[in-house]
Design a binder for this molecule. Structure first.
Ligand code: AMP
Length: 213
């Protein structure tokens, strides 16, 4: 295990979830996706889920206080004591400041760089499993059997927030709210950037090289 508290940054569809999984295997620390936690809450219709649903369906960010509660609780669990990979959080400067104030000391922030044009093309082909959250792409990472999850057999579909109009909203949110985190963490000397390159394994290799792991 390599003890590290890491944040993955990048626009929706940059491959954060996929790369978080590769990093989790390599580093041996859990990957935490607030998007997955929120989607699960929506599915189970918990109070958090009921509050978050309309924001998520519209491609808007869920209010900071909701997300902060979720991530602080998750990080306090025993499996995160030696480190974790945060996928999709913090997503605003307010969220990043709260983590700092709570003494959750991030070691490294990795930003996956990809153009808006590539994102729109990519998310159009994305398919997700509603049961286990696994992500596929009809061209670059297809499931073995069409429309069926390799991991759990769930029926793959297009996530509501991957529909085109929602994707465009999510990109606006990314540029306005999340991209400033590059400067925030850059000023702390924690930022590393990696250009997205075609191929999941190639991008993973570039990330491992940037991190020296
Ligand atoms: P993701 O799977 O990370 O792209 O997240 C899906 C959706 O969940 C986002 O479009 C937001 O509506 C919401 N969400 C996830 N993480 C956060 C966060 N850190 N802050 C605010 N909203 C979030």
């Amino acid at each position: 295990m390599i003890d590290v508290k890491m944040v993955l940054l990048g626009p929706p569809g940059a491959g954060k979830g996929t790369q978080a999984e590769a990093l989790m295997k390599r580093l041996g620390v859990p990957a935490i996706s607030t998007g997955d936690i929120l989607r699960d809450a929506v599915k189970r219709e918990t109070p958090v889920g009921l509050e978050a649903k309309a924001f998520m369906d519209a491609g808007k960010l869920v209010p900071d206080e909701v997300v902060i509660g979720i991530v602080v609780e998750r990080i306090s669990k025993a499996d995160c004591k030696d480190g974790f990979i945060l996928d999709g959080v913090p997503r605003t400067t307010v969220q990043a400041k709260v983590l700092d104030e709570q003494g959750i000391d991030i070691d490294i922030v990795l930003s996956i760089e990809i153009s808006d044009e590539d994102i729109v093309a990519r998310l159009g082909g994305r398919r997700a499993c509603p049961d286990c959250n696994a992500i596929y792409h009809i061209e670059s990472n297809p499931p073995i059997r069409e429309d069926e999850c390799d991991k759990c057999g769930g029926a793959l579909g297009i996530r509501k927030d991957d529909e085109k109009e929602t994707v465009l909203n999510r990109l606006v949110e990314y540029h306005n709210e999340t991209e400033p985190l590059k400067a925030y963490y850059g000023a702390q000397g924690k930022l590393k950037t990696v250009d997205n390159i075609p191929g999941i394994a190639e991008t993973t290799a570039a990330i491992f090289a940037a991190l020296g792991i």
